[in-house]
Design a protein around this ligand. Sequence first.
Ligand SMILES: C[S@@+](CC[C@H](N)C(=O)[O-])C[C@H]1O[C@@H](n2cnc3c(N)ncnc32)[C@H](O)[C@@H]1O
Length: 151
Amino acid sequence: MEGLLLKGDCLQVLKDIDNNIADLIIVDPPYGVLTNGKVVKKGNYEIDDYFEWDMLEDLQQFTTEWFEKLYNKAKEDSFIYIFWSQKYMRMGYEIFNPDRVIFWHYKNLTLGGNGDFSYDYDPIFVVKKGNPKLSKGKHSSILQFTKPQSN
Ligand SMILES: C[S@@+](CC[C@H](N)C(=O)[O-])C[C@H]1O[C@@H](n2cnc3c(N)ncnc32)[C@H](O)[C@@H]1O
C-alpha cells in the first residue's frame, strides 16, 4: 500500500486534491486556544512563538474556509472527525453542523480553577456525509485518554 504526504497550507493543498475520494477524514486543526496574547516561557520556548500557527486573525473565517474545501473531498457515506475545543464549542457547531459529538475526557493537563469548572474534556465533532455506519458492536461516545504532555 502506498502513501502520499502533502505538506503545505491546507487552503492551497486542498485545491490539488480531487473531490469525493476520501474514505475517512480526521482533522486536528488550529482552534485558537493555545495562546491568549500572552507570552509564556516554557522550557526553551516562548509559547506564542511556539504556537504561532494557533494565533489566527479570524479563526471562524479560516475554519469555515478549510471545512468547505475539505467536506468536498469526502466520499458519500463517510465520516469526518474534527478535534475541537470546549471553549469554541458554539463556533464549531455553527461551522461543522455535526451529527454527533464525541467527548475526549482527559484528567491531566487541565486548565481551570479560579472558581470555574476545569477544561478536562474537548469535543471531537462527527460529521456524517451521507449515511455512514460504524462497525457492529457498541461504541462509546466518551473517550478516556491521557492528553499528551509537552516536554
Ligand atoms: C492542533 S495542531 C495538530 C497537531 C498534530 N495533531 C500533531 O500531533 O502534530 C494544528 C496543526 O495545524 C497546522 N496548521 C496551521 N495552519 C495550517 C494551514 N494553514 N495549513 C496546514 N496546516 C496548518 C499547525 O502547524 C499545527 O501543527
